[in-house]
Design a protein around this ligand. Sequence first.
Ligand SMILES: Nc1ncnc2c1ncn2[C@@H]1O[C@H](COP(=O)(O)OP(=O)(O)OP(=O)(O)O)[C@@H](O)[C@H]1O
Length: 253
Amino acid sequence: MSILKGINVTRQFGNSKKNTVYALKSVNVTFEEGSFTAIMGTSGSGKSTLLNIISGLDTPTEGTLFFNDIKLNELNDNELTDLRNKYYGFIFQFFHLIPVMNVMDNVLLPNYFSKNNENDEILKERALQILKELNINHLSKSFPSELSGGQQQRVAIARALINNPDILLADEPTGSLDSNTSKLVMEQLKKLNIQKKQTVIIVTHDATVAAYADRVLLMHDGCVVEDELLIGIEGQEKKVRYLSNLLNDMGRK
Ligand SMILES: Nc1ncnc2c1ncn2[C@@H]1O[C@H](COP(=O)(O)OP(=O)(O)OP(=O)(O)O)[C@@H](O)[C@H]1O
C-alpha cells in the first residue's frame, strides 16, 4: 500500500522569464509503506526540493500530493504542521541539535510541539529505550558539544523517532560523518526500517549509503530519470557497484 503519492508535481522558483527555475517538472512518484528509498542525482537536480515537498515543508506550484488518503495540498499551515509532527521524523546533515539542551531534552523536543499530551515519565522512558537501541543511553545527560559527530547524529535519529513516526526523512544524513560512523548510522536506519516497518526516504550523493535502500530514484534536471529496485541484488558491494554504474551512466548522458 502506498503511504505517499505525488502526481504531476512541479515546483517553480521565481516567476520572471529571466530567473524562473523548475526544480521539479511534473514528477510522478509513489512510496510504499515500509519501503526504504534513496534519492540520488546530480547537484541541483531537485532531490532536496522533492524531499521538502513530500514532507509538506514546501508546497508544489502544480500537482497533487497524498499522504495515505490525505491531500496535503488541501491542508492549511497548522494542519500541515500537526501532520508532520504526528507522522514524520526528520534527520538532517548537520544534526540541528539545540546546544543548550542535554541529549534527553533534545530527544523530547518534538513532543513539545505535537499534541500527544503524553505523560512525561512515559515519554522519558521511551526516549531512554530509543537511546539504548542506538547505544547512547549513557549519554542522556550530556550536551551536544560533548559528543562525537556519530553520537550527535544518533541523538538526531532518536529525536526523529520519539513520536513514533510512520515516515523517516533524511537529507544527507551521513554527509558530515566519516565512513565508519556513516556505516553505523545507516545500519541503525536499516534496522528501524526492517524491525519497525518505518518507511525511510533518504537523499544522498553516496552510493555506499544508497546501497542500504531497497529502491533508488535517480534525478536529473527536475525529473526522476530512473526508478530502480535494489532488492534483487545480493550484497552491499554489488549494490554499490550497480549504483555507481547508474550514476556514471547518467553523468555520461
Ligand atoms: N528557494 C529557492 N529559490 C530559488 N531556487 C531554488 C530554491 N531552492 C532550490 N532552488 C533551485 O532548484 C533546483 C533544485 O534544487 P535542490 O536543492 O532541490 O537540488 P539538489 O538536487 O538537492 O541539489 P544538491 O545535491 O546540490 O543539494 C536548483 O537549481 C536550485 O538552485
